[in-house]
Every structure is written in C-alpha cells, then in structure tokens.
Design a binder for this molecule. Structure first.
Ligand SMILES: [Zn+2]
Length: 426
C-alpha cells in the first residue's frame, strides 16, 4: 500500500459543503443554514435571500470538497472516496460500492415544502428508466429529520375515525371527494382490518388529488372564506389555522385541502421523525438535521410550483394510518444521544459537550461525518494531529477511527454514520 493512502487512515478531512437557496428556505438573517455555510465556506450570506439546505456528502447535485490546511478547496469528497474506497471500510464497500451511502443535511424551513413521497428501490429504478429527465436518481431515499428548533411537518394519513370527522365537518372536502366516496368512508367500520381500509383511503385521496385546477381553486377559496367568517364566532382548530397558513403560502393549491388528510406533527428540539419509502409528508417550519440515503428522488403532489405527478404519488403510497413514531434517541454516555432509524444507510448522534469536558466516539467499521453547530473545541484521533473545531466545521472521519473531542466552550455537534445495526447484523 502507498504511503499517501496509509496516512489517510486515521486522519480527518475538513470539508466545504454546498448550500441550496430553494425559495422555501428562511431568509439569510434568520437561517442557521446561511450562518453555518458562511462559517463553513467563508462566503458572505445575503440577509434577505432564502437559505434552505446545507448538503454534506457526495451527491452530484450538491458536492462537498476537501479543504487543505491553507483553506484551498481541492477534489470532491466523491472523487477522493472513489480513489480511496478503503476509507469506507470493507463491509460498506461490499454493500454500497465506493461511495458514501448517506447524505447529511441541515434544513432551515421558512415555508412549507411540497407534499411528497420517496419511492422504494424498485419504483425508483422504474421511474428513473421511464422518465430520466424528471426522476434523475435511481436510488431510494429513506430519510430522518432531527429537530434543532421546534419543527412542524405533515406526515402520514390520519386515522379512519379522524377522516370521518373531516368528511362531516369540512364541506369543501366532501365536495371534492364526492358523495359516493364519502359514503364509502362513512360505511367502513373502524374495526375493519387495515387491508380493507387502505383501498378506501386510496380511492378517496386519489379522487381528491385528481380534481381539476378550477375545482380546486374554487374549493380553496370557499374554504378560506368560510373559515374567516367562522373565526369570528368560534376558535379555529389547529388544523384549520394550519390550512389558512398554507393557503397564504400556496394559494389555490390542492395541498391546502390535502392537509386535512395528513397528521400535523410537532417535534421538540431533540426529537426525530423518520420516513420510509412511499410515506406522504411535507415539512412545514423550523430547522433540523436531516439524513437520508444518497438520493434526490422525490414524487411531488402539492404545495409546490414544481412538477407534480399525482397518478404516481397516489398509486405508490402505503396508505398506512395513524401518528408516526417519534424517536427521542438512546443515551450512549452523558453527552451523546443516538438516533437509530430502521434503515441500514444511516444513524445520527447528537453530542452536547459542556465547557472543559471530553468525550470519545469509539471506532466503527464505517465512515463518519461530524458537523459543529455551536461552540469551540478540538478533535483528534490516535495520530498526534489535533484539529481545531468551531461552528460550521465539517469533518470526515475514515472507518475504524476512534475520535476524541474536547470542548473549550459548550460544544454542539452532530455525527452521521452507517446504521450500527448494519454492522451488528452483517
Ligand atoms: Zn422528503
């Protein structure tokens, strides 16, 4: 083995990462993404421009670059890993090849993202083959959002009981789904098994989502006028208040009505939501750390000016009902909390290290990426080199590297790596 490769084995690599200015991002002056990317890459953010996502990883749509000691960007993380696959560890290379299987992001959500779902592996491959211009990516995209601030999302379908209540209390929904479909819902018993409820929900939701633009505009206008009138005589429900907010952001959009069908989930900082394939969701507000399989594969169906694909979305969904599971993490030691979703590609550690403390991240058989979101300190491996840490720093650590972190002020950092369960099972 060459010396240059050998010296990579326990040394860390600082990275410069890509930023995305999607229009749903928070304006620079309020956006953690803007601040972190300014500190990460040294450009100056625009206080008024939206900053939505910081991308850390090897995806071609938002590459990360290695940074030399004098701060110069050199090769992409993707090229470097491709040339030095042993950085990933043999188990990871056997399973996923010479590329990082996960993509790590920070999100600053100012207004709702589109209602979307991510196809499973088989559908992802099929969509990519059929419409490579729209579905540019052939990989699946399970994802997990870990709240940094209060965070809101729409996620998964409400229960049958709740759907019956919507049909009774929201005349605009009844108008869009039609009497026959509404009767189908009302006649389904809550005791009926899940497999019988799913086709009913699918029929109703598909009918709703397929309504013509004019019908939708008319229904949304009637809904908003009615809620404004009723707000003078009764307090609006949380869902109704949300719907008014969504209409402000996306007037005449079917997503405003579709929100009645989905769970409104609120996360406290430190709580996480994970989304398997084919689960409908839309992030609404707040800031989070997000991790996913390396992919950008999205099927959209509302709350967006982008291309929407209602038939694909409505046929792919699982139509599972009820509140999704919230992860609160597992304590690894006094400073580190680990979030383990049911996907092989990734997990997230959140570390809060008070001033003057030290913590060790044990060596694991796969790569890790660290992001410092607040505070100052140092990081080192078994090699004598010490890396200064400050907010916005991103470091890549090769497989089989023990990492020691010390804080000079209260330090907040996130680590993503391959899911520990993958190594236990393989
Ligand atoms: Zn998503």
């Amino acid at each position: 083995m060459e010396d240059s490769n050998d010296s990579n084995h326990h040394s860390l690599q600082k990275l410069h990462c890509s930023v995305k200015n999607y229009d749903w991002g928070l304006p620079g002056k309020l956006s953690h993404v803007a601040k972190l990317s300014e500190l990460n890459s040294g450009f100056q953010f625009d206080p008024m421009k939206p900053y939505a996502e910081l991308w850390i990883g090897t995806h071609d749509s938002g590459p990360s670059f290695l940074v030399s000691k004098d701060g110069e960007e050199s090769v992409t993380l993707k090229d470097w890993i491709f040339k030095n696959p042993d950085l990933l560890g043999d188990k990871v290379v056997q399973k996923w090849g010479s590329d990082l299987p996960f993509l790590f992001k920070v999100l600053s959500v100012g207004k709702a993202l589109s209602i979307q779902a991510h196809p499973d592996k088989e559908l992802a491959r099929r969509l990519h083959k059929l419409h490579p211009d729209v579905y540019k990516d052939g990989n699946h995209k399970p994802e997990m959002a870990l709240a940094m601030t209060d965070f809101e999302a729409l996620c998964g379908f409400i229960t049958l009981e709740e759907l019956k209540a919507v049909i009774h209390s929201v005349p605009e929904v009844l108008g869009l789904v039609g009497d026959a479909n509404a009767d189908l819902v009302l006649q389904t018993s809550d005791q009926t098994d899940e497999e019988k409820v799913k086709p009913v929900l699918q029929a109703v939701f598909t009918h709703l989502m397929s309504a013509s633009k004019e019908t939708v505009t008319d229904a949304v206008n009637r809904l908003i006028n009615r809620l404004q009138t009723e707000s003078e005589v009764r307090p609006l429900t949380e869902k109704e208040l949300l719907v008014i907010r969504l209409e402000n952001q996306y007037p005449s959009d079917i997503g405003v009505i579709a929100a009645f069908f989905l769970n409104h989930v609120k996360l406290n900082p430190g709580e996480a939501l994970f989304l398997g394939a084919n689960e409908p969701h839309a992030y609404l507000s707040g800031e989070c750390i997000e991790c996913m399989a390396t992919s950008d594969n999205v099927v959209r169906a509302g709350l967006t000016p982008k291309y929407i694909d209602v038939p694909t979305l409505c046929s792919m969904l699982t139509y599972k009902q009820g509140i999704p599971e919230i992860l609160r993490g597992v304590s690894m030691n006094p400073y580190v909390n680990k979030y383990i979703p049911p996907f092989e590609e990734f997990e997230i550690d959140h570390c809060t290290l008070p001033k003057g403390e030290r913590v060790v991240f044990p060596a694991v058989p796969g790569p890790s990426i660290f992001l410092v979101t607040a505070g100052e300190g140092t990081m080192n491996t078994v090699s004598p080199e010490v890396y200064e840490l400050t907010e916005g720093d991103v470091l890549f650590a090769p497989a089989y590297t023990e990492i020691s972190v010390a804080s000079e002020s209260e330090l907040h950092l996130y680590r993503t790596g391959i899911n520990s369960k993958f190594f236990e099972e393989s």
